[in-house]
Design a binder for this molecule. Structure first.
Ligand code: DQA
Length: 143
């Protein structure tokens, strides 16, 4: 089964982001980690990244139309994009929110997720393994 993995703004620049928060994998390494872990769980991951809100909304519409499950790290959009939230609500297949860091242990503006309310669940704080845990959860949800 296919899974659409959507990564939001600035995640493609993990190489220059704070490694004490985001770890030391590059984005390309993260993509490889997700693709390999997806295969282990019996999924084929289509991993995408965009800094652009409209592009992410388009991908969520595509997931809704094609009935694809979604794993999404909306990055900073997590905290304020009602448009991404409304698009995520259109996805009737399982949708899991992930974060590399634990937003709840960081600045106060990161404590709000406008996405969590329309996700099956949220996993954060485990670095790249947040995606692996999401794939395991997705397998259980789609079994
Ligand atoms: C993030 C957490 C967000 O608060 C932040 O804006 C990001 C990445 C994470 O994966 O930990 O860009 O979603």
């Amino acid at each position: 089964m296919k899974v659409l993995v959507i990564n939001g703004p600035n995640l493609a620049r993990l190489d220059i982001r704070d490694s004490s928060i985001y770890g030391d994998m590059t984005y390309q390494q993260l993509v490889g980690h997700i693709e390999t872990s997806a295969k282990t769980q019996g999924f084929q991951a289509d991993v995408r990244q965009s800094d652009d809100e409209a592009t992410i909304i388009g991908w969520l519409h595509e997931a809704a139309d094609k009935k694809l499950p979604v794993i999404i790290n909306p990055a900073a959009f997590t905290h304020y994009s009602y448009a991404i939230r409304d698009a995520a609500e259109l996805v009737k297949s399982p949708l899991i929110e992930v974060h590399l860091s634990n937003p709840l242990s960081r600045e106060e503006f990161r404590h709000t997720s406008v996405i969590s309310g329309v996700a099956n669940g949220t996993i954060g704080g485990f670095g790249p393994n947040s995606y692996v845990l999401a794939l395991i959860a997705l397998k259980a949800l789609t079994a």
